[in-house]
Write a protein of this length. Structure first.
Ligand code: BF8
Ligand code: SF4
Length: 646
C-alpha cells in the first residue's frame, strides 16, 4: 500500500512507511492485494443453508423486465439481502447489548456492595434515571407527630432496584422495554402504533436469528420490522443502559481536555494501550496504572513512568471521563505496535484485529487478552482474565506484565511527533449545561440558535474507519463541509478520534472551519464546533440530546421534525448497521459511506432508502463521495427547516 494514499493522518502515514521498511504486513497492504467479492458487496450472496451459497448478482446490464433471480429455495434478492442486513443488526445489537449486560451485572454487584472496586459515583444521574425504571427515590415515613414525611431512600437501595430492573430488560419476554418511553411522546406512540416497541433486548435479537433461518420470514418488509425492534432494543435499550450505568459508576463526562494520536506515547515510559470497548476493564487499569507502587515498579525497570493510552472506543471512555490520551482510532491499532514503543496492548472485545498478534511478533509488544469471550489463537498472546469481582488485582497483574516487558524493547522506538489537543466529554447533560446557559434543564438556547438560523442544523457524524476507504479522509470532509454550512456536529466512536487528530475538537477550530453563524455561537459559548459525546454505545447520548431538543420546544414534536441528519462515512462494523437502523427508526435521515450491501436488491433498497421515510420519518441512504454525502445531509436539514417554517 502507498502510505500517502492510505491515510490523511501524518502519524499513520509515517508508521505505515515504517511497517513496510520493517517488512510487517498490515491491513492497508491486504486491502490492496485482496478485493471484495462483488456479490457479497451487493448483499445478494445467501449462505443461510447448505444448498448454497446461492449467488444473485445484478446482471451487468441491469434488470430488464421482471427480476427473475432466485436462490435454490426460491429466495428473491430482496429476501436474501434483507436477511443478511437483519443478521448484521442482530450481531451489532448483540455486541452493544452484551456489553450493556456486563455493565448491569457489575452495577448490581456494586449496588449490593459485593465489590470494593466499583461504586456509585454519580448519585444525581441515578436519581434521574430511577423513575424511568419505575423505581421510587423517596419513601413516606411517619413523622414525630404522626404526620407523613417524604424521605430520600438509601442510594444503594435505589441502585439495587434499578440494577435488578435494568438487568431484567435483557430477558424480558413481554410488554415494553422501559426506555422506549424516554423518546419524545410522538415517537413512542408511533412505535406503539406500528407494534415495534421491543419486548426484551435479547428476545428481539434471537427472533431475528430465527426469522432469518432457512425458510422462515420471506417478506423483506416484515424482516425490516423485526430489525426495528432489535435496533430500538439496542439504541434505547442495551446501549442506553450501558451508558447510563457506566456514568453512574464511573462519572458522567463533562468537558475536559485531552490529547490524541501516536505522539502521546513516550520513549522513556512504559506505554500501555487499552484497546476495545468495555470501561469495566479500562477504568480499573486507569486506577492500577496510577498506583504509586506500580509507578515505582516501572521506575525500578528503568522507565520514568507509565503512559496509559486508549485505542478505539475504550479510548473514548477513559478520555471523556479522565482526560487520558488516545493513541488512535481503529485503523491505527497495528501501527501503534509498529512504533516499537508499546509494551503491552490490552484488549477486551470488539474491533480488535487478529493481525495485531502477527504485528506484535515482529516487535516486543505483549498482546494481553482479558475477556473470556475474546481470545486470539497465537502462541504469543497472553490471556489474563479480568474478573470484575477481583478487578483491581487483575488490573494490577496486567499493568505489571506490561512493566516487566519494558526492558525487552528492541532498541530505540520510533514515535511520531503528531498529537493534537482537544476538548471532549459532551454528555447530553453537559451540552444541556453549556449550550443551555444559566437555566439548567433546557436546551432552549440551542433551539433558539437553530430557529434564528445561526445554527442551520445538527449533524450526528459517527462510526468506524474502513480499510476500503482512505483513513479518516471521508470523516473529515463530511464534518468540515457540515461546519462550513453552520451545521453543528455531534460525534462518537472513530469519527470523534479522526476529528480530534485534525484539530476539530478544539474551541479555536470554530473560527477556522465554521460558517459565521456557528462560529459565533461556538466562540460565545466557548465550545468546539464538533462535540465529542463518547464511544459507540454512547450514540444513545445523541438520541437523548435529540429528545431534549424536541422537548425544549420550537422545533416540532418529534425527532423526525428536527433539522438534523446522521452519518457514518467510513463504517465497517455490524454495530454501525444496528446504530444506523435505530437512528432511522427514531426519525433521522442517516447516510452511510463506503457502500451498503443492499444494492443488488433494488426493491429492498427502495424500502430502506425511500419507503421508511413515510413510516418513520427517517430513512437510510448511501453516498460514497464525502462532499455529496454532506450535501445530502444539508439538503435534508433545509427540508426540515422549511417544514418548520424557518
Ligand atoms: O464501537 S467506531 S471501528 S471502535 S465499531 Fe469499532 Fe467502529 Fe471504531 Fe468502537 Ni464503534
Ligand atoms: Fe440458497 Fe435458499 Fe439456502 Fe439461501 S436459503 S442458500 S437462497 S437455498
Amino acid at each position: 500500500a502507498d502510505p500517502k494514499a492510505s491515510s490523511v493522518d501524518i502519524a499513520t502515514i509515517q508508521m505505515l512507511a515504517k511497517a513496510q521498511r520493517d517488512n510487517v504486513e498490515t491491513i492497508f497492504d491486504r486491502a490492496v492485494s485482496m478485493k471484495p467479492c462483488n456479490i457479497g458487496e451487493q448483499g445478494t450472496c445467501c449462505k443461510i443453508c447448505s444448498q448454497g451459497p446461492c449467488r444473485l448478482p445484478l446482471p451487468k446490464k441491469g434488470i430488464e423486465g421482471k427480476d427473475t433471480r432466485k436462490g435454490l429455495c426460491g429466495a428473491t434478492p430482496e429476501t436474501i439481502a434483507a436477511r443478511n442486513f437483519a443478521r448484521m443488526v442482530a450481531a451489532g445489537a448483540a455486541a452493544h447489548s452484551d456489553h450493556g449486560r456486563g455493565v448491569a451485572e457489575v452495577f448490581l454487584t456494586a449496588a449490593r456492595k459485593g465489590t470494593h472496586d466499583y461504586g456509585i459515583k454519580d448519585e444525581q444521574k441515578l436519581l434521574e434515571i430511577a423513575p424511568d425504571f419505575e423505581v421510587p427515590t423517596t419513601v413516606i415515613v411517619d413523622g414525630p407527630n404522626g404526620e407523613k414525611i417524604e424521605q430520600m431512600r438509601d442510594i444503594y437501595d435505589i441502585a439495587e432496584e434499578v440494577g435488578v430492573k435494568a438487568l431484567g430488560q435483557w430477558g424480558q419476554q413481554d410488554g415494553e422495554i422501559y426506555n422506549a418511553k424516554r423518546a419524545p411522546k410522538a415517537r413512542y406512540e408511533l412505535w406503539r402504533k406500528l407494534d415495534v416497541v421491543p419486548r426484551g433486548i435479547d428476545r428481539e435479537i434471537v427472533e431475528i436469528m430465527h426469522r432469518t433461518h432457512m425458510g422462515v420470514d420471506q417478506d423483506y418488509h416484515n424482516i425490516v420490522k423485526q430489525c426495528t425492534r432489535a435496533a430500538i432494543g439496542d439504541g434505547w435499550g442495551g446501549s442506553m443502559i450501558a451508558t447510563d450505568l457506566q456514568d453512574i459508576m464511573f462519572g458522567t463526562p463533562y468537558p475536559t481536555q485531552g490529547e490524541i494520536n501516536l505522539g502521546v506515547l513516550k520513549q522513556d515510559h512504559v506505554n500501555i494501550i487499552v484497546h476495545g470497548h468495555e470501561p469495566l476493564l479500562s477504568e480499573m487499569i486507569v486506577v492500577a496504572s496510577q498506583l504509586p507502587d506500580m509507578v515505582d515498579y516501572a521506575k525500578s525497570k528503568g522507565a520514568h513512568g507509565i503512559v496509559l493510552a486508549g485505542m478505539c472506543c475504550t479510548a473514548n471512555e477513559i478520555l471523556c471521563r479522565h482526560g487520558l490520551p488516545i493513541a488512535g482510532n481503529y485503523l491505527q491499532q497495528e501501527l501503534a505496535i509498529v512504533t516499537g514503543a508499546v509494551d503491552a496492548m490490552v484488549v477486551d472485545v470488539q474491533c480488535i484485529m487478529e493481525n495485531i498478534a502477527n504485528v506484535a511478533d515482529c516487535y516486543h509488544t505483549k498482546i494481553i487478552t482479558t475477556n473470556p469471550r475474546a481470545m486470539i489463537e497465537s502462541g504469543h498472546t497472553t490471556h489474563i482474565e479480568f474478573d470484575e469481582h477481583n478487578a483491581l488485582e487483575d488490573a494490577k497483574k496486567i499493568v505489571k506484565t506490561a512493566i516487566d516487558n519494558f526492558p525487552n524493547r528492541h532498541g530505540e522506538a520510533m514515535i511520531p511527533s503528531a498529537k493534537e489537543k482537544m476538548v471532549v466529554g459532551f454528555s447530553y447533560e453537559a451540552i444541556n449545561y453549556h449550550l443551555g446557559g444559566t437555566f439548567r434543564g433546557s436546551y432552549w438556547p440551542l433551539n433558539d440558535n437553530i430557529i434564528n438560523g445561526r445554527i442551520r442544523g445538527i449533524g450526528g457524524v459517527v462510526g468506524c474507519n474502513n480499510a476500503r476507504s482512505m483513513h479518516d479522509s471521508a470523516h473529515l470532509t463530511v464534518v468540515k463541509e457540515l461546519l462550513k454550512n453552520d451545521v453543528i456536529v455531534l460525534t462518537t466512536g472513530c469519527n470523534a478520534m479522526a476529528c480530534g487528530k485534525a484539530g476539530l475538537l478544539s474551541p479555536e477550530s470554530a473560527k477556522v472551519f465554521c460558517g459565521p453563524g456557528l462560529a459565533e455561537v461556538c466562540e460565545t459559548v466557548g465550545i468546539p464546533p464538533v462535540l465529542h459525546m463518547g464511544s459507540c454505545v454512547d450514540n444513545s447520548r445523541i438520541l437523548m440530546a435529540a429528545t431534549q431538543v424536541v422537548k425544549a420546544g420550537g422545533l416540532g414534536k418529534d425527532i423526525s421534525d428536527l433539522p438534523a441528519a446522521g452519518s457514518a462515512p467510513e463504517w465497517m462494523s455490524e454495530k454501525a448497521i444496528s446504530i444506523g437502523h435505530y437512528f432511522v427508526v427514531s426519525g433521522v435521515y442517516t447516510v452511510f459511506g463506503v457502500g451498503l450491501p443492499v444494492t443488488g436488491a433494488p426493491r429492498f433498497q427502495k424500502h430502506l432508502f425511500e419507503e421508511l421515510e413515510g413510516i418513520y420519518g427517517g430513512m437510510w441512504d448511501m453516498i460514497v463521495d464525502p462532499y455529496e454525502h454532506a450535501q445530502a445531509m444539508i439538503r435534508h436539514i433545509d427540508k426540515k427547516r422549511a417544514a418548520l417554517g424557518l
